[in-house]
Design a protein around this ligand. Structure first.
Ligand SMILES: NC(=O)c1ccc[n+]([C@@H]2O[C@H](COP(=O)([O-])OP(=O)(O)OC[C@H]3O[C@@H](n4cnc5c(N)ncnc54)[C@H](OP(=O)(O)O)[C@@H]3O)[C@@H](O)[C@H]2O)c1
Length: 254
């Protein structure tokens, strides 16, 4: 059994979707959790309430991952509340579904700042809190098949995900010998608030489900959270700088 008792985890975008499922999985395993959100205060508080009922500590922190000052303030709060950080999950993302031919410089900057720059700033700002004795600390970022494929209206997010995977490898190079594992979880298509509203979503969900090679098992936020839990645990201490795919084998078809 994975036991994260005594570990402190920060999950950006922990109010909804995969982030929410991960916050709950880590708390079930014993971790205390910092739930970051930017607009969904009540959803974040609900997650914190569920975690408190599990007997773990949870706080919510409003901070926009595209704003360096917000990232600094958030880590200051983590330091004041818990005095350390063991697990950092860079999950929050934005970018919108639009053609590259319609994207403005502001659209490009928003996607890159929220999705990519935030990971670097989070790692930099969290490092003093992650430099402590004990089990190896874990930094994990979220990616998608858009990092290496061409998907309709996904150019901005896809490019940001390719950059995230590269940042993760380079962070592993810099932090690996300081007691920190840095990895990426690449999830297949999961039904969440961000995906269920894109054009043709229902058809895409059905097509992807038909390509999975796991006897009809659904790819839920909780299924992705299970892989994140594994990567947060000592069971994955020898996995370093990798991109782990959780898609039920859907992409094997090419
Ligand atoms: N769903 C999929 O099919 C899929 C597949 C592969 C990878 N992923 C990746 O998995 C991650 C989570 O996706 P999801 O589908 O679970 O998303 P989601 O349900 O839409 O939730 C997005 C979360 O990110 C937060 N967020 C958005 N912009 C933010 C910002 N600027 N600062 C701080 N928080 C911000 C939201 O906070 P508020 O609630 O406050 O708005 C929310 O908690 C993303 O990195 C996504 O690219 C998703």
């Amino acid at each position: 059994m994975i036991d994260l008792t005594g570990r402190v985890a920060l999950i950006t975008g922990g109010s909804r979707g995969i982030g929410r499922a991960t916050a709950l999985r880590l708390a079930e395993a014993g971790a205390d959790v910092v739930i970051n959100f930017v607009t969904s205060q009540s959803a974040a508080s609900e997650v914190a309430g569920e975690i408190a009922r599990l007997g773990r500590s949870a706080i919510t922190v409003k901070a926009d991952m595209s704003e360096p000052e917000d990232i600094s303030s958030m880590l200051e709060i983590v330091g004041n509340e818990f005095g350390k950080l063991d697990i950092l999950i860079s999950n929050a993302a934005s970018g919108g579904f639009r053609q590259l031919m319609d994207a403005s410089p502001a659209n490009f900057e928003a996607a890159m700042n929220t999705n990519v720059r935030a990971l670097m700033l989070l790692a930099q700002t969290a490092l003093p809190l992650m430099r402590h004795e004990g089990p190896r600390r874990k930094i994990i970022a979220l990616s998608s098949h858009g990092s290496h494929r061409a998907l309709p209206a996904y150019g901005l997010i896809g490019a940001s995900k390719a950059a995230i995977e590269s940042l993760v490898r380079h962070l592993a190079l810099e932090l690996g010998n300081q007691g920190i594992n840095v990895n990426t979880v690449l999830a297949g298509l999961v039904e969440t608030d961000s995906t269920k509203n894109f054009p043709g979503a229902q058809q895409a969900f059905a097509e992807v489900a038909g390509r999975r090679l796991v006897s009809g098992l659904p790819l839920s936020p909780e299924a992705v959270a299970n892989t994140l839990l594994f990567l947060c645990s000592p069971l994955s201490d020898l996995i370093q700088g990798q991109t782990i795919v959780v898609d039920g084998g859907e992409a094997l078809h090419g």
